[in-house]
Design a protein around this ligand. Structure first.
Ligand SMILES: [Zn+2]
Length: 155
């Protein structure tokens, strides 16, 4: 009977009491510790809440619009823009963060430490054409200058 096991999420070696039961696995224990499991299901729920709140008609109508948006985190603000609708863009962000391959390493590391539930997505401005999208995005990045998480300007 093993006493300690390494969690596949936080990579910490912990006592087996800190792992849940999984009758289908070789050692009858879950591969992630209870703490990490709870974290995963919390961010899953936060993610679902976000998706369903954006499912109502009012939000769907906004999809065709060009939008400058922010992702507020405990460590600073990420500014981005999209032509494809905020809901879809948030889906791309969260899926890349989940896969641990987001192009912004700061955002990725904050996600890894605090989870999606610590992120707050907001529309900063709606703009009328593609040219404005770039200049207005830059304006917002400059506005958040001191605590902006954007590494490349207008990415
Ligand atoms: Zn863990």
């Amino acid at each position: 009977m093993i006493k300690n096991k390494k969690c596949t999420k936080c990579y910490e070696v912990k006592s087996v009491d800190l792992f849940g039961k999984d009758k289908y696995s070789g050692d009858k224990l879950t591969c992630q510790c209870k703490g990490c499991k709870a974290e995963v299901s919390r961010s899953y729920r936060a993610n679902n809440k976000l998706t369903s709140s954006m499912n109502d008609k009012r939000c769907r109508d906004k999809e065709v619009e060009r939008v400058i948006y922010s992702i507020k985190t405990s460590q600073g603000v990420y500014v981005g823009s999209t032509k494809a609708g905020l809901r879809r863009r948030i889906g791309q962000h969260t899926s890349n963060l989940n896969l641990n391959k987001h192009t912004n390493p700061l955002l990725q590391s904050i996600y890894n430490s605090y989870g999606l539930e610590s992120f707050e997505f907001n529309v900063l401005e709606r703009v009328s054409n593609d040219l404005n999208l770039i200049t207005r995005e830059q304006y917002w990045i400059d506005t958040y200058f001191a605590n902006s998480l954007n590494i490349n300007k207008a990415n």
